[in-house]
Every structure is written in C-alpha cells, then in structure tokens.
Design a protein around this ligand. Structure first.
Ligand code: AMP
Ligand code: MG
Length: 521
C-alpha cells in the first residue's frame, strides 16, 4: 500500500529558535526551544492497538492500520513527507524543587498534522529513543507503561476530561531494562512506543526554563508563539494580551482539576513539567484511580513519604504550580496585579466547577451552600466507611427517595467493620439527601439522567489495566481491546461488563502496578 500524503505545518519550529546542533548528544541547550533529533529505529515495529476515533479526528485514510508503512512511522523507523522530528526543551519544579533543564527525554514530536477540519495536531512518539534531554536514561518506554498511557488518555477523553490523546501502541521487538522500584532488581521488559497527539505539548516548564536562565527574549518568543498557535482568539496586545492568556491557563487548569476530582483520578506526579498550558491532562505515569475513598492516597511510591500528589491535594498543587508559572512570567509584567488576578480566577473557576459538579452528581438542578455542606459530609462518610468512590456515587442513583435504604451502597464497601462504623450516620445522611432530592425542582427522571452523565461507572482501575497488561505480556491484546470498548462509554451501564465495575479484588491490594507504581517506566 502506498502511504498517502498527509499535510504537515510545523508551526512551532517556524516560530521559535532551534538548537543549532542536531542529534541526541546529551547537553544543556541554551537559547532554543527545541532540538532536531530523529527517532532511533527499533528492531521490529508492530501495531498492537489503536484508537479509531483518534485516527478519524486526524483524518487518517481508511485502512491506514493495515499499511505496514504506518507501523514503521509510528514505531520511529520512517518519516512521512513533511515530518521534521524534534524534542522540546523545558524545565520544571519536581516535588516542589526547581530541577533545571528536563526536556523531552524520550518523547519526539514528528510534526503538526493538519486535520481535515483545519485543526493542528502534534504527533509525538513516546519511547522513541534518546534526545539531547535524555540525561542518563535510554529514551525508551516499556510495554506496561505504554499500555497505561494508551488506555488512560482515551479513557479520560471519553469521561469528558481535557487530555492529550493516543493514536497507537506499537511494540518495538526490543527489550528495555528497568528497575521498577529502584531497588537493584533490574529486569528486561518488552519495549513499546505510543503515538500521542495534542494541539500542543507546551508545559508550564517550557516557560519556566528560559525565565530561570534570564533569557527574556526566548521567554517572550515562547509566549507569543503559544498565543498565536494555541490561543489565537485572545484579544489585546502586550501586557493585556499576556494577562488574558495567563488567566485562560488558570481557568483551564481549574476545569481540568475539577474533572479529576469528579472522576477520581490521581495524576501521581504533578510536577510543573507535567502541566500543560492548554489545561490538558498530560504525561500518564504513576497515576491511579480512587477505589476506597481516601483523599490522602497517592499511587506513586516515589511520593509515598510526603504524599505531595495525593488525591485531595491536587487542587492546591495545581494552584502552587500556577504560582511557579506566574513567577516565570512576572518579568513580562510591570506589576503583578494581572498575575494575581489570574490566580484568583483559578480559585473562582474551581469553586464554580465544583458547585456545578456537586449539583450534577447529586442529581440536583443547582447546588446551594447547604448542598455543598451535604457533599462534604458525604465525602467524610465515604472516607470513614472506606467506600469505593465510583460505586458509592452510582449507588446513590438507585436510592428509593421515599424509603431510603443503605443497601443501595452495599456493593461499595471493602471492609465489614468500616461499613458497620458508618451505618447510623449514613442512614441519617441518606434521609437528608433523599429529602433534598424530593424537594428539588427537577423531576426524578431528569435527576437520574443528570447523575448518570456525571458519575462514571467504568473507570480505569489500576488492577483492570494490570490484567490487560498481564495478558499483553503473554502476547494477547484481548484485554486491551476489551478495555477500549468498555472505556469508550464510561457512563452507560451495560450487561456483561460487571467485571469492569467491581471493587478492587484482594489480589490487587499489594500487587505492583495496582496499588504501587513508580516513575520507572
Ligand atoms: P517524567 O517523570 O516522566 O515526567 O519525566 C521527567 C523527565 O525525565 C522528563 O524530562 C522525561 O523526558 C525524562 N525521562 C523519563 N524517562 C526517561 C527515559 N526512559 N529516557 C530518557 N528520559 C526520560
Ligand atoms: Mg513528564
């Protein structure tokens, strides 16, 4: 098959200065936003899985997945005309500390594909080999973490959460050596490459790095290029334009975080290099999903000590991260007023989103302050009773509003003693809640519909991902395929999918990859 010509328009490269040196020699890159570097070819690229809806969005020709040329491109062995591969230069605050230059150490962008509707999509291979930013590492990714990114990106999209997307999962036919828990037990694992796509992969750290280096020229170029490319509708000039842009980033970040809190997603490593300026969830590593509701939980073993990135702390961390971005941008402003206003807009937007989500998840027309108090109490009860977050919210949908009974929540409990401890308080709460629903202006059917659209039933529980990974390691992609079908429609209960809406089984409690994850991927 002849691979058809696809239009590329690599605006980032045209708008921003590049590194004069090409190739992957590890180095500090000054005065440049990107470095030209080719993916390192792999032994035997094979397309293991793909998301047809992403291919459609990009305008890939029907039958593209049968074209062996495409597996070569998506594995990093060949380029399509118009592709000009690069790795981006950025820094970041990691676990609260400035880490200096980081950059795309194992991600290589191939180009900006222009979709049939005119949208630009940056195609980026993750695990494509070393770049100038790889430091001591190999630039590769293992199959297990590639499956996790491949599945979760689209799971989030179908949940309605802003996110980078995933097109393809390609096996490399090459082993990658990883020490999963940094404890001296390195093992060879199968390697893979994910092609992820987004209008832009610019991060907070893209702006922090030139600011930290005092390179105001590059900082200004980056801001202007980002606005022109990703926020072309913003009005104004100079400081006023920059202020609207920062405010927009703050608002989008708030929207994204509110969604995470709604669906029970814990990112796990919210360093500023992992925060998109488009407000997209980016860099799926040691993420996890709330099962027993526990705001203090983090899936990331690297974060086990300080638990900086625990579920309940995400809204504050995002605010702190925006503060780092504001600090980086402050040299472009004569006073900090507009930056403070942007940060305030984060808080306002987050509060407004939370209020809207509380109404939707409770099946109410709108949420009053009293409803927010009811919500806080519900969170406390879920925590005290160690209820499965997803199943508890769905359980509320089944409540008989005229004779409320706690048995609608029976399937959400993990521990009989914890269940017992919460019974009397839960009974009272359910009565209050049922009363509130009865008093609401929405009809019961409308309440149900609102709840069903806001409370997902099928989320990518870590052990579900792990089951699919275990099968894939044995050469069987059936588990990944099955999850794709489930996660594509996370709000609609369907017969036969009970397994995907079950609480965490006992075997997953201590299993690596289920309750413990690290950054080693
Ligand atoms: P992360 O924690 O995945 O966001 O990565 C932090 C930094 O380490 C980024 O600059 C990554 O590109 C880089 N990095 C992570 N894994 C690798 C790897 N296997 N090879 C090279 N660079 C990596
Ligand atoms: Mg990262």
């Amino acid at each position: 098959m002849n691979t058809p010509a696809y239009p590329f328009d690599n605006r980032l490269l045209h708008a921003l200065p590049g590194d004069p040196e090409r190739g992957p020699r590890r180095r500090e890159v000054l005065g440049a936003a990107w470095s030209s570097v080719l993916p390192t070819p792999v032994a035997d690229p094979r397309l293991l899985a793909w998301w047809p809806e992403v291919a459609d969005t990009l305008g890939l020709q029907p039958g593209w997945q049968e074209d062996p040329g495409m597996a070569q491109v998506l594995g990093g062995n060949a380029l399509l005309p118009g592709m000009q591969p690069w790795a981006a230069n950025y820094g970041g605050h990691q676990f609260g500390h400035w880490a200096g230059q980081l950059g795309d150490g194992r991600a290589i962008s191939l180009g900006e594909l222009v979709a049939p509707d005119g949208e630009h999509w940056e195609l980026q291979l993750k695990g494509a080999g070393p770049t100038p930013y790889s430091r001591g590492a190999d630039g590769r990714a293992v199959l297990r973490s590639s499956i996790r990114e491949f599945l979760c990106s689209e799971a989030m999209h179908h949940l309605g959460v802003p996110t980078t997307r995933a097109l393809s999962l390609v096996s490399t036919g090459q082993a990658v050596v990883r020490d999963m828990f940094y404890d001296g037990n390195a093992q060879a694992e199968p390697g893979a490459v994910v092609c992820r796509v987004a209008p832009s992969f610019l991060r907070f750290g893209s702006f922090e790095l030139p600011a930290a280096r005092g390179d105001i020229t590059l900082l200004r170029q980056l801001v202007d290029a980002c606005i022109a490319r990703d926020f072309p509708w913003l009005d104004g000039q100079g400081e006023a334009l920059h202020a609207s842009w920062f405010r927009c980033i703050c608002e989008r970040t708030a929207v994204m975080i509110a969604h995470w809190m709604r669906v029970g997603f814990v990112h796990g490593v919210m360093n500023t290099d992992n925060m998109s300026v488009l407000g997209l969830t980016i860099d799926y590593g040691p993420y996890g999903w709330m099962e027993p509701f526990e705001p203090g939980w983090t899936p990331n073993t690297t974060d086990a000590q300080g638990r900086r990135y625990r579920f309940g702390h995400q809204p504050q961390v995002a605010y702190w991260n925006l503060g780092r971005l504001a600090q980086a941008l402050s040299v472009l402003f004569t006073d900090t007023g507009p930056l403070q206003a942007g940060l305030a807009a984060y808080q306002e937007t987050f509060t407004a989103c939370t209020r809207r989500d509380v109404a939707a998840r409770f099946g109410l027309d709108t949420a009053s302050d009293a409803d927010l108090a009811l919500y806080q109490r519900w969170l406390q009860l879920m925590e005290q009773g160690a209820m499965d977050m997803t199943l508890a919210w769905r359980g509320l949908m089944q409540l008989d509003l005229h004779a409320p009974q706690a048995d609608v929540l029976a399937g959400a409990f993990y521990d009989p003693a914890r269940r017992e401890s919460v019974q009397p308080a839960l009974y009272d709460w359910l009565h209050q809640y049922a009363q509130r629903r009865r008093d609401d202006v929405l009809a019961p059917a409308a309440q149900q519909a609102k709840m069903a659209a806001a409370n997902p039933l099928y989320v990518l529980r870590n052990w579900l991902a792990q089951e699919a990974i275990d099968r894939a390691m044995d050469g069987d992609m059936g588990g990944v395929l099955a999850l794709q079908n489930v996660l594509r429609d996370p709000y609609t209960q369907r017969p036969g999918l009970e397994h995907y809406a079950s609480p965490r089984p006992a075997w997953a409690e201590e299993r690596a990859g289920c309750s413990m994850l690290s950054c080693s991927s």
